[in-house]
Structure formats: structure tokens, C-alpha cells
Design a protein around this ligand. Structure first.
Ligand code: 5GP
Length: 193
């Protein structure tokens, strides 16, 4: 059976990955995308739901998962662990489903290495640092120290964009959604031919 496509949507925190991902999934159901819910040690933000936004776990639980080889990739990001549970991704890909990962740069690099020559497309979503600052500040979920750490991290992440198949500048939400949906659609078509 044909394997599904693995889609990496990556880029700095605050660039709008979550919003774009949700829009693509609701506007383009025919792409049949399955979102991989990550595990994290970060505290839930107000409104976030365990098992829907993330699997929120303790550091101890996360480390047990690392030791038991449960992750496709994982990374430390501004003081917390984030990781992609392996089993879900492989079982979907093996049954021909398309899986979307929304992850930061270190994790994306780990996945790309493991998927050389396999069905994968990687997209780096970017914006100006001023726009990112505006977004992180306006969501009012982090204190000023964490905001600065996330912005410093964003600056270091920009240089990794060269490793991705596509770089998309997010300055118009609707256009960005359309562009990324088109990239995914074309990739799926190319695999079917
Ligand atoms: P946030 O705390 O803002 O939800 O996420 C922080 C960063 O971690 C974001 O760039 C987000 O995309 C990334 N992230 C979320 N889940 C994962 C994951 O499973 N693995 C990796 N490597 N990064 C993740």
C-alpha cells in the first residue's frame, strides 16, 4: 500500500503556524491531513485542552518516553520539552494517510534526516521579527522574560530556512493558507503519478 505524506510545518514561535494549520485543515478537508498532537512539559495556556492542543506531561513522564524510544523527534525549547509521539505518525503513514507536524527547527531537522528519500515535504513559515514580536506580545500568554527568550530563539531559527523544501512568508493569512495548501496538493499529486 502507498505510504502517506509527512508534512513538516515549521518556523519560529509566534510566526502563526497554529493559525495557518487550523485554517488549512478546516478549509481543505480533501487534503485529508491528520495533525500529530505533540507531547510537552510546558504548562497549558488558558483555553488549551489536554489531548487536543498537546499531551501535557511532567518532566519525569517526558524523560520516560525518551528512554522508551517513544519519539520520532524531540527538542528542548525555551526551558520545556516538546516531542512528536512516534507510533501515531507511523501507523497513519503506513495506512496511507497524510500527517502534519507543526514543530520547531531542531525537531524538523531530526525528522528530515530520518525521512531522506521518503514521502516528505518541509515548509518553513517566516515573518519579520517585528511581526513575530507583535504576535507573541499580543497573545498575552508569556511573561516578558519568556517573550525575549522566544524572540532570541526566533532570530537564531531564521538561518535554518535553507534546509526546507519551501519558505513561505506569512504576511497575509489567506494567501499563506492558499500557498501552503497548494504546496501540499502538488506534492500529493506528484506522489500519485
Ligand atoms: P508553544 O509553547 O508556543 O506551543 O510551542 C513552542 C514551539 O515548539 C513552537 O515553535 C512549536 O511549533 C514547537 N513544537 C510544538 N510541538 C513540537 C514537537 O512535538 N516537537 C518540536 N520539536 N517542536 C514542537
Amino acid at each position: 500500500m502507498k505510504k502517506g505524506l509527512l508534512i513538516i510545518l515549521s518556523g519560529p514561535s509566534g510566526v502563526g503556524k497554529g493559525t495557518i494549520r487550523k485554517e488549512i485543515m478546516s478549509k481543505y478537508p480533501n487534503l485529508d491531513l491528520h495533525y500529530s498532537i505533540s507531547m510537552t512539559t510546558r504548562e497549558p495556556r488558558s483555553g488549551e485542552v489536554d489531548g487536543q492542543d498537546y499531551f501535557f506531561v511532567s518532566f519525569e513522564d517526558f524523560k520516560n518516553n525518551i528512554n522508551n524510544d517513544k519519539f520520532l523527534e524531540y527538542s528542548m525549547f525555551v526551558g520545556n520539552y516538546y516531542g512528536t509521539p512516534k507510533e501515531y505518525v507511523y501507523s497513519l503513514l503506513d495506512s496511507g494517510k497524510n500527517v502534519l507536524l507543526e514543530i520547531e527547527v531542531n525537531g524538523a531537522m531530526q525528522v528530515m534526516k530520518q525521512f531522506v528519500g521518503k514521502n516528505i515535504v518541509s515548509i518553513f513559515l517566516t515573518a519579520t521579527i517585528d511581526e513575530i514580536r507583535k504576535r507573541i506580545t499580543s497573545r498575552r500568554t508569556e511573561d516578558s522574560k519568556i517573550i525575549e527568550e522566544r524572540l532570541n530563539k526566533a532570530k537564531s531559527e531564521f538561518s535554518s530556512k535553507k534546509y526546507y523544501d519551501f519558505v513561505v512568508f506569512n504576511n497575509d493569512k489567506d494567501k499563506t493558507v492558499e500557498t501552503i495548501a497548494d504546496i501540499i496538493k502538488r506534492k500529493i499529486e506528484s506522489l500519485n503519478n
